[in-house]
Design a protein around this ligand. Structure first.
Ligand code: ADP
Length: 183
């Protein structure tokens, strides 16, 4: 009886995933999470693991940092994934994939990905949220670069990430993250 009710709820629930590298999570990412959480019943933030793209923070760290930063939203959960995004979406029961768009430079890449995803999974819709203007020039790679030089990034990232960057800065290991391509 209970199980039946559960399945019915799951089928009607509007679930979206928000995939990304989150290396590390920034306030721009969290702005998108918060807005998505207000639009959908449930949002699964999907942290890409074992990517071709080399990340500064480990898989476990990126999941943990994002999980802490998202704890304020009761309908948001954070999970790692290492499959095709559309396959993860299907497995999560999601019919929407959220992406954030900052500028024209994001557009071309996202447009290509969206068309690919549409071919792979016609039933899944991509949803693009425009960045809030204050986060237009905020990227994870810029944050890493600034932190590596000891700049204060506490207004660009959630408090747990700021604390982590400060701790890593002291160990001065962050410089290696400064030359990564824009993310
Ligand atoms: P990926 O490596 O998959 O692009 P990112 O962690 O760089 O992952 O970004 C995840 C998503 O968040 C992407 O859709 C990206 O465009 C979006 N995003 C990144 N920074 C911002 C920002 N400052 N404002 C809005 N969206 C952003």
């Amino acid at each position: 009886m209970h199980a039946k009710g559960g399945i019915a709820t799951a089928m009607t629930e509007r679930i979206a995933i928000y995939p990304g590298s989150f290396d590390p999570p920034t306030n721009g990412h969290l702005d998108i999470v918060g807005r998505a959480a207000a639009m959908f019943d449930r949002v699964v933030v999907a942290v890409g693991l074992n990517r071709a793209k080399r990340t500064f923070f480990s898989d476990d760290d990126r999941v943990a940092l994002m999980r802490e930063a998202c704890a304020r939203w009761t309908n948001v959960e954070v999970r790692g994934f290492d499959t095709l995004t559309v396959d993860f979406a299907r497995a999560a029961g999601a019919r929407w994939i959220i992406r954030g768009i900052r500028a024209l430079s994001d557009f071309e890449f996202e447009f290509e990905m969206a068309n690919m995803n549409r071919r792979l999974a016609p039933g899944i819709e991509m949803v693009f949220l425009m960045t809030a203007p204050e986060y237009l020039f905020l990227s994870a790679s810029r944050v890493k670069e600034l932190a590596a030089f000891g700049a204060d990034v506490s207004d660009m990232v959630p408090p747990n990430v700021a604390a982590r960057l400060r701790a890593d800065g002291k160990k001065s290991g962050l410089r290696t993250g400064a030359t990564e391509p824009t993310d």
